[in-house]
Design a protein around this ligand. Structure first.
Ligand code: EPZ
Length: 419
């Protein structure tokens, strides 16, 4: 079904918004519920299509699933490892996070390769390497992967490169192993720390999450209720909308402790910010300053998921900005649409240059992936006139009711579905 966001720009955003639970923490935690043969309750789960897709996959695996608002009940008592067809696993990248719990609990997994978006090839070789280091035998067929292990021994796993998802699969495998496991070269993202917090709530001992070496000591698991951390990228997206429209907003539940480099980016652009009452506020200047050099890095560096949003905001900043995308090889797809709106950007390989213009003009643009789509909505709010962001279904993968949050902040936006 066709989905588009219709945005009337030029109005500064003012007011308060509620930050939802983190997509990139909820997805691995929902996969982790497979480890426990009973009911688990997860709170603050965002209402987004990637979560709906993972819940369908859990049901395909024999789990009982039900949602009550932001609360999800998963009963994995009768779960089984069943082959997952590619047409289902390719719907999203996070399906690869089922690999660890299925192999850990049942000793086997057959699944189609995960999906992803246009931002890069996104192979799963690091995930397979982690499983192999823990004793699994690998059968690669075209478009799918099969893994078998008779008994998952603990020990040590060394990540070949820093990878959020492969670190999460290493944690999920180690949680089901016989004996303790050291994980070296782990990614340090807050979402990994949140997954570790969930595993600890289930009774498993996890030390060092958030650093590059983690010790997991499996223990008997218990029924658990756990609330997912706030979404730092959704919070950054709303801050970008406020910064780009020269407004002032307050975000309830935004956790400044996970947003260091995001906040320092907005500070470098001339925004003022503060932390209070369990959230944070941002007040933008009349015109933002350019950012001479912005590098995306693994945590605690500036997150790649905020790169498209920063590019949108910098299109009307005073001066020339440069962005180096160091994580994904094809993550500048939004620049073409920003140029169609009157932006002056150019890119070569992993480097983009943005010459600030006075203002953007609304027009019809197409989202190419989740964060690029959100960046075009932000650009539409900044622009004069009307912007239509087509392929809005990309945005719904990771943002629950973004249009309602923006409307509450005084933005003129509507969601059109169908036709
Ligand atoms: C997670 O993806 C996030 N997705 C991404 O968010 C995020 O951009 C990324 O981490 C980096 O922070 C979820 O958590 C569901 P990686 P992930 O493994 O785990 C390469 C969003 O918009 N790589 O850290 O897939 C990979 O291609 C999404 O919310 C391999 O080569 O990212 C990339 O270049 C987009 N082989 C780099 O490593 C592998 O086996 C980092 O990827 C795995 C990864």
């Amino acid at each position: 079904m066709a989905v588009r966001y219709v945005v009337e720009g030029g109005k500064p955003l003012h007011g308060e918004a509620q930050v939802s639970g983190s997509k990139n923490a909820a997805l691995p935690i929902l996969c982790a519920t497979l480890l426990y043969p009973g009911e688990t309750i997860i709170d603050r789960v965002p209402q987004i299509t990637d979560v709906e897709q993972i819940l369908l996959l859990l049901q395909d695996l024999g789990c009982q699933v039900r949602r009550e608002g932001e609360r999800i009940f998963v009963d994995a008592t009768h779960a089984q490892s069943r082959p997952l067809p590619r047409e289902k696993t390719s719907a999203l990248r996070a399906s690869v996070l089922l690999l660890g719990p299925l192999l850990g609990r049942f000793g086997e997994v057959d699944m189609g390769l995960p999906g992803g978006c246009a931002i890069g090839r996104r192979p799963i070789d690091y995930h397979v390497d982690v499983a192999r280091q823990m004793g699994a035998e690998v059968q690669r067929k075209d478009g799918s992967v099969g893994l078998r292990v008779s008994s998952l021994m603990g020990g040590q796993v060394v990540l070949p490169e820093v990878s959020v998802g492969a670190t999460e699969n290493a944690l999920l495998l180690a949680a089901a192993a016989q004996g303790p496991t050291w994980i070296y070269g782990a990614a340090r993202e807050p979402e990994i720390y949140d997954l570790a917090g969930f595993l600890q709530q289930m009774g498993i001992s996890v030390c060092g999450a958030g650093s590059d070496r983690i010790l997991v000591c499996p223990k008997a698991m218990t029924a658990t209720q756990y609330a997912v951390m706030p979404d730092r990228i959704e919070a950054g997206t709303l801050l970008a909308a406020a910064a780009g429209t020269h407004g002032k907003i307050f975000l309830h539940d935004a956790d400044w402790r996970t947003m260091g480099r995001i906040l320092s980016f907005f500070g470098r652009c001339g925004c003022r910010m503060g932390v209070e009452k369990g959230g944070l506020w941002l007040k933008a200047p009349k015109r933002l300053r350019a950012c001479p050099l912005l590098l995306t890095k693994t945590y605690p560096g500036f997150p790649t998921d905020m790169q498209p949003l920063s590019a949108a905001v910098l299109t009307t900043a005073k001066g020339t900005s440069m962005i180096m995308e160091q994580i994904f090889e094809n993550r500048f797809l939004h620049l073409k649409s920003l140029n169609a709106m009157g932006g002056r950007t150019a890119c070569s390989g992993r480097v983009a240059v943005i010459d600030g213009v006075r203002c953007l003009q609304g027009c019809v643009v197409k989202a190419t992936d989740l964060r690029a789509g959100a960046a075009l909505v932000v650009a539409g709010l900044m622009a004069q006139g009307e912007t239509v962001v087509e392929n809005g279904q990309y945005i719904q993968r990771g943002y629950g009711a973004l249009e309602q949050k923006i409307e509450r902040l005084g933005g003129r936006i509507r969601l059109e579905e169908g036709r």
